[in-house]
Write a protein that binds this ligand. Structure first.
Ligand SMILES: Nc1ncnc2c1ncn2[C@@H]1O[C@H](COP(=O)(O)OP(=O)(O)OP(=O)(O)O)[C@@H](O)[C@H]1O
Length: 276
């Protein structure tokens, strides 16, 4: 995926000229709807007065993000609940188009973010493997060479012809995880909130994630597990209220984040739009 074409400045700690990911002033605004009884009459009045719907509230989940991430980088994103970490991953994955700024993402992105995204629930497990593979940039022949390993790892071979709508949520996440980790991505996006199956599967999933991390050119991980981030990552980015607070070597960023958390309670109360 690539949107925006110019090459820009290196972000603090960024890779500069060789950047495969570049964000310049990227912002994302969410709109929430407060009143479920908002009437057609009120909607018409809002339209007539050319004002934003009076039952809407909006807030910036990301504001003016400048980043450049180069080949070989392992980036850990830290920050309190509701800071915008997962939202940033979704913007990088192309799930949310930015509301403002420029975004460049070069290469095949494997988003281990949302299990089941890109699946068609009417189709069989097997058809969905091909569908998901296509979304990751693989044609049928390339997926055919991988399908055996995907069934092997997911342990779902006997359900290959069952429509996905009859899969349990655990089965869905296993299949999705097995497909996404069978490919060699240029850019791996990982969200720790990801839940992948039962205890046995989780243990196998951990080994598999470590192997995909090794095979990926760029890895971006969102996590609250600082030890894991310190082990996996070389660079850290601390985000708070949608703004980059620090960017640099992972150890230094974790230290600054901890210093800050020591002074202030990091958990945001409620949705920012409600407070606006
Ligand atoms: N689809 C959405 N519509 C409206 N608001 C949203 C949406 N997705 C996220 N938000 C809000 O955007 C803010 C950032 O959410 P996000 O999930 O990116 O936080 P996070 O840093 O990943 O938090 P956590 O560590 O708890 O996972 C939060 O206030 C959240 O409520």
């Amino acid at each position: 995926m690539s949107s925006g074409s110019e090459s820009g400045p290196a972000g603090p700690g960024g890779g500069g000229g060789g950047a495969v990911i570049e964000l310049r002033g990227v912002s994302l605004r969410f709109t929430t709807y407060n009143d479920k009884y908002y009437s057609l009459k009120r909607a018409c009045i809002d339209l007539f007065l050319r004002r934003e719907g009076s039952n809407q509230a909006s807030f910036w989940a990301l504001s003016g993000i400048d980043l450049a991430i180069g080949r070989g980088e392992r980036v850990g994103i830290v920050g309190p609940n509701g800071a915008g970490k997962s939202t940033l991953l979704r913007v990088l994955a192309g799930i949310y188009p930015p509301s403002g700024g420029r975004l460049k993402v070069e290469g095949r992105v494997a988003p281990l973010i949302e299990m089941g995204a890109g699946f068609n629930y009417e189709l069989s497990g097997e058809d969905n493997i091909y569908l998901n593979g296509a979304l990751l940039g693989f044609d049928r022949k390339q997926m055919r060479a991988r399908i055996d390993r995907i069934w092997e790892f997911s342990g779902l071979r006997e359900f290959s012809s069952l429509p996905l709508k009859y899969y349990s949520s655990g089965m869905l996440s296993r299949l999705s995880f097995a497909v996404a980790t069978e490919v060699d991505p240029d850019i791996l996006l990982l969200d720790e909130t990801l839940s992948v199956g039962d205890a046995t599967f989780k243990a196998r999933a951990h080994d598999r994630i470590m192997s995909v991390i090794d095979r990926s050119n760029v890895v971006i991980v969102v996590s609250h597990d600082m030890d894991a981030l310190a082990r996996i990552c070389t660079r850290g980015i601390w985000i708070d209220r949608g703004v980059v607070q620090a960017d640099g070597p992972i150890g230094a960023v974790i230290e600054r984040y901890y210093d800050h958390v020591g002074e202030a309670q990091p958990v945001s109360a409620g949705h920012p739009a409600e407070a606006a």
